[in-house]
Design a protein. Structure first.
Lengths: 113, 113
């Protein structure tokens, strides 16, 4: 998985609980992305980062926030988890030369009860 | 209407068959076209990458892009059971889009011996 790890790999939480997912890369790539994958929707972009402390919203950003204080780490936070945020979350990275060529992590399966 | 439409299948073919996977899109700004393969419970992996219109071949895989029709295809020749996976098309506008990808819903392919 191109030097990308995600933690935790599985998580079960309750509605209203804050949750933070971590993406860690060892490739020194500039761009990082968070997607969610749901049946019938493919992958949808939540947030992305184009540099340290530089982030922006994607297609489905409501209820999510992100932070990137180091090149290698990109955190996704669900401030108050809802059942609609039950999903599989993927982190991806790409470099400055070929931003569209993205490499994905193994995913985090999140269940919100 | 979604920006990218992909027939979810499922598609089941015998080993050795030629497989055709397709996506249509509505955003004429898309310039980069990708195909990802995703095995069960894994992250997507990049299979083919094409810029603008034309064909690209890599072993048993051929990607075609017809920008005039807003239609892209992936052909798999001599399909193998190991090709059984979900195939996702993805597109990007390039330029200042920071590599943001828009995905189709994915097509589930099963190649049976």
């Amino acid at each position: 998985d191109a030097g990308i790890t995600q933690s935790p790999r599985h998580k079960v939480t309750e509605t209203g609980t804050p949750v933070t997912l971590r993406c860690h890369q060892t490739e020194n790539h500039r761009y990082m992305y968070w997607y969610r994958q749901d049946p019938g929707h493919g992958l949808r972009l939540i947030h992305y980062s184009y540099g340290v402390k530089d982030t922006d919203k994607g297609e489905v950003s409501d209820g999510y926030s992100v932070s990137r204080s180091k090149t290698e780490d990109f955190l996704l936070t669900l401030e108050s988890a809802t059942s609609s945020q039950t999903s599989v979350y993927f982190c991806a990275i790409s470099d400055r030369v070929s931003q569209e060529t993205q490499y994905f992590g193994p995913g985090t399966r999140l269940l919100v009860l | 209407q979604k920006e990218v439409e992909q027939d979810p299948g499922p598609l089941s073919v015998p080993e050795g068959a030629i497989v055709s996977l397709n996506c249509t899109y509505s955003n004429s700004a898309f310039q980069y076209f990708m195909w990802y393969r995703q095995y069960s419970r894994k992250g997507p992996e990049l299979l083919m990458y094409t810029y603008s219109s034309g064909n690209k071949e890599d072993g048993r895989f051929t990607a075609q892009v017809d920008k005039s029709s807003k239609y892209i295809s992936l052909f798999i020749r001599d399909s193998q059971p190991s090709d059984s996976a979900t195939y996702l098309c993805a597109m990007s506008g390039g330029g200042t889009s920071y590599g943001k990808l828009t995905f189709g819903q994915g097509t589930i392919l099963t190649v049976h011996p």
